[in-house]
Structures are given as structure tokens and as C-alpha cells.
Design a protein around this ligand. Structure first.
Ligand code: PMP
Ligand code: GLU
Length: 399
């Protein structure tokens, strides 16, 4: 007899990972699927990083690691934050975990309790909402459409703040929209937040280096928000290291201590070998990051142009960062497939495109934007071109 907890039953599976799993299953059946569902760089991890991991194996980095991560790695992260972001976090304020994903969840579980409200400008990454649910907090999503570049305005933010607001969860560059908050936009949000000293900002900067408009400003750099911004980042996207599972939070000391306590009870410190590789990523040459960024920018330009040619796909502005396009597709709802099935929503559309066009994307539903669909362009230009050709053909067949 199954006896799952209410907590688990309330949780939705990750839509991004579910779609990727489905496309892998279809591939295993011999179908030629182009997987644009999961967001991960298609590049191999750079050689100098792999070398550091090999050395760590040979040098017997095989013992339990400190719960918050090796001091040398936390120092390298502290230096990176100062050098690239102009913010001061001592190694004691940094906790390394099993991907940025674990650290976001650790922070939420450490500070959010039943009834606390978490403001999430949407479209937003699928896992945020589920993490807040796990912590028994209340999601306060606010849909920011294309007409406002998918970004929340200071007035909108202020209108959502109540006595129960605990956290603002901000992701820039954004998954799934690619929107980036400029320095001026962040300053205006910081001005609002300055009036509410209890609110903690979780700033997810995992796509920091995949920017097509220059160096990012971190909201942690505004003095009025001192000691209440948690930066989330990691090596997955910038260094093509999704499988190594290293991310971090840089937080006020009391949050870093809480995260360490939590992590110490349910996962311990993360992989020794992966940590040594991540350290090499942060202290080594940053040339590889720029080479990959340039490739993403070319792909962004390519896919943006191809999306314009698909009738019923609306994407007015080039995404400024990350590696996703998130067109609005709601004018296609109600149309019929050649087999006579009605496309009721973006879930149906994503499934139709997968089954008929053999291209995997993710419905906007799980991102809090049911009128949209997401495609990752972290793949070759040939695959992007072929994928969009297939999508266009599928869409043209709708009546
Ligand atoms: N935040 C966002 C917005 C993401 O898209 C991802 C990608 N999975 C993560 C965090 C987590 O990254 P990772 O756990 O691989 O470091
Ligand atoms: N962040 C990526 C995505 O949105 C990886 C999958 C996941 O962890 O959600 O596709």
C-alpha cells in the first residue's frame, strides 16, 4: 500500500526533466528526436578543468569533504564574486552544494516557513514553485508579459508586498525568457526593497556569463540591500559542467550557517573530485567561457530569425541572455491536428510537436506562462535549423 506524504503528493515532477526523459525514450525507440527541452550546454567541459579532476583522483581526494565545500574552492568563489561582480562575500558566507538547484532549495528551506510569501516574477524556472511548496511557503507569482520584456516593474513589485512577504526570487538572465535586468532596473527595484528591510532577495545568476549585452550587474551590489541578498550561481552553464553538479550560494552569514546545518544532515559536502574541477574553472583562464558565449550568441540570432518565420509564434524581441526562446503560441490554441485532435493548450502543442515533428520543447505552463512554449538553443546550428524547419512544418499542418 502506498503511503506517500501530503508534501510529496503536492509536488509536481520537473517539467524540463520529464520532457527530456520522454525525448530520450523516443530516441531509444529509434526515432530521430531533436531535444530542445532541457537547458544544458552541448559543449564538452574544457580540458584544463578535466585535468584538474584527473589530478584530484590521483592525489586521493577521496575522503568526505567539508559540508560547505573545500576552503580553497570557497576562497576561489569569494575572489570571483569580488573580481567579476564587485561584491564582498567571505568564504564563510559561501556554501557549495550539489548544483545551484540544491543551494536554492537549501536557502528556501532555511528561511521560508508556512505562510511566508515568496514573490516570483514569472515566467520563471519550473523548480522555484515546487521548492517553495516543499517549504510550505506561499508562491506569489506575477506574470510579466512580452510587452514589458518579461520583467517586473518597481510598482508591480511594490503592489505584491504584504506583511507576509519573506523573499523575492529574481532570476537574471532569466530561464525561460532570456530577459536581463539592467543596472538601472535593478536600482529601481532595490529602491522599493529598501523600504522593506525584512525581505530577502534570492538572486539566481546561474546564466551570468551567457549574456549578449555585456557584464551583468548583481542586485547584491546595491548598498541598500547589504546583508539581505543571497547570490546563487555555479559552474553548470558557464563552464559546460552540468553533470559535475557544483553550485553555490553566497549569503548573509546566518543563512550560510543554516544552509550548512541543513546540508550536513541530508546530503553532506559534495563530490571531492567535482569540487577540485570547479576550483580550476574559477581560477583558470576564462577564455573558454567567452568562446562558448559567442557560439550561443550566433545560435540566438539564428533561432530568433527562424522563429519569426513560424506562423502563430510571437517573439518580438531577441532574448538578451541564457539559451532559450520563449515565444507566445496561444493563437494556435483551438486548431486541429491532421489527425483531428484539438490543440487545447501549450501542453498539447508541445506534445504534438514532439510526436509529429520529433522536436522536444517544454510547455510554458510549468514556468507560470501557459501561453508560451520554450525551446533551448544550446545545440548546434544544424540542429537548430532542422528543428525549426520541422516545427514550422508541423504548425503549417494545423487547421
Ligand atoms: N537556476 C536556473 C534558472 C536554472 O535554469 C538551472 C538549471 N538547471 C539551475 C538554477 C540549476 O543549475 P544546476 O543545479 O545545474 O547548478
Ligand atoms: N535548468 C535546465 C532547464 O531549465 C536544466 C533542467 C532542470 O534542472 O530544470 O532545462
Amino acid at each position: 500500500m502506498e503511503q506517500l506524504s501530503a508534501r510529496l503528493l503536492a509536488l509536481s515532477p520537473s517539467a524540463t526533466l520529464a520532457m527530456s526523459q520522454k525525448s530520450q525514450e523516443l530516441k531509444a525507440q529509434g526515432l530521430d528526436i531533436i531535444n530542445l527541452s532541457v537547458g544544458e550546454p552541448d559543449f564538452n567541459t574544457p580540458d584544463h578543468i578535466k585535468e584538474a579532476a584527473k589530478q584530484a583522483v590521483d592525489n586521493n581526494f577521496s575522503f568526505y569533504t567539508p559540508v560547505p565545500g573545500y576552503m580553497s574552492l570557497r576562497q576561489a568563489i569569494s575572489d570571483k564574486l569580488k573580481r567579476e561582480n564587485g561584491v564582498e562575500f567571505s568564504p564563510a558566507q559561501i556554501v557549495v552544494g550539489n548544483g545551484a538547484k540544491q543551494e536554492i532549495c537549501n536557502v528556501i528551506l532555511s528561511i521560508v516557513e508556512k505562510g511566508d510569501e515568496v514573490i516570483i516574477p514569472t515566467p520563471a524556472w519550473v523548480s522555484y514553485f515546487e521548492m517553495v511548496k516543499l517549504a510550505e511557503g506561499t508562491n506569489v507569482p506575477f506574470l510579466c508579459g512580452q510587452e514589458q520584456d518579461f520583467k517586473i516593474t518597481p510598482a508591480q513589485l511594490e503592489s505584491l508586498i504584504t506583511d507576509k512577504t519573506k523573499v523575492l526570487l529574481l532570476c537574471s538572465p532569466s530561464n525561460p525568457t532570456g530577459a536581463i535586468y539592467s543596472k538601472e532596473e535593478l536600482a529601481a527595484l532595490a529602491k522599493v526593497l529598501a523600504k522593506y528591510p525584512r525581505i530577502i532577495v534570492i538572486a539566481d545568476e546561474i546564466y551570468e556569463h551567457i549574456s549578449y549585452c555585456g557584464q551583468l550587474t548583481s542586485i547584491a551590489s546595491f548598498p541598500e540591500l547589504k546583508d539581505r541578498v543571497v547570490i546563487i550561481n555555479g559552474v553548470s552553464k558557464a563552464y559546460a559542467m552540468t553533470g559535475w553538479r557544483i553550485g553555490f550560494c553566497a549569503a548573509p552569514l546566518w543563512i550560510a550557517k543554516a544552509v550548512t546545518k541543513l546540508q550536513g544532515q541530508y546530503t553532506s559536502g559534495c563530490s571531492s573530485i567535482a569540487q577540485k574541477a570547479a576550483e580550476a574553472a574559477y581560477v583558470g583562464s576564462q577564455e573558454c567561457v567567452e568562446v562558448m558565449r559567442q557560439a550561443f550568441e550566433r545560435r540566438r540570432d539564428l533561432i530568433f530569425g527562424l522563429v519569426q518565420e513560424i506562423p502563430g509564434f510571437k517573439l518580438t524581441k531577441k532574448p538578451q541572455g541564457a539559451f532559450y526562446v520563449f515565444p507566445e503560441v496561444n493563437t494556435l490554441f483551438g486548431k486541429k491536428t491532421p489527425a483531428g485532435k484539438v490543440i487545447a493548450d501549450a501542453n498539447d502543442l508541445a506534445m504534438y510537436i514532439l510526436e509529429e515533428g520529433h522536436v522536444a520543447g517544454v510547455s510554458g505552463d510549468a514556468f507560470g506562462a501557459p501561453d508560451c512554449i520554450r525551446f533551448s538553443y544550446a545545440t548546434s546550428e544544424e540542429k537548430i535549423t532542422e528543428a525549426m524547419r520541422r516545427v514550422k512544418e508541423c504548425i503549417a499542418a494545423l487547421a
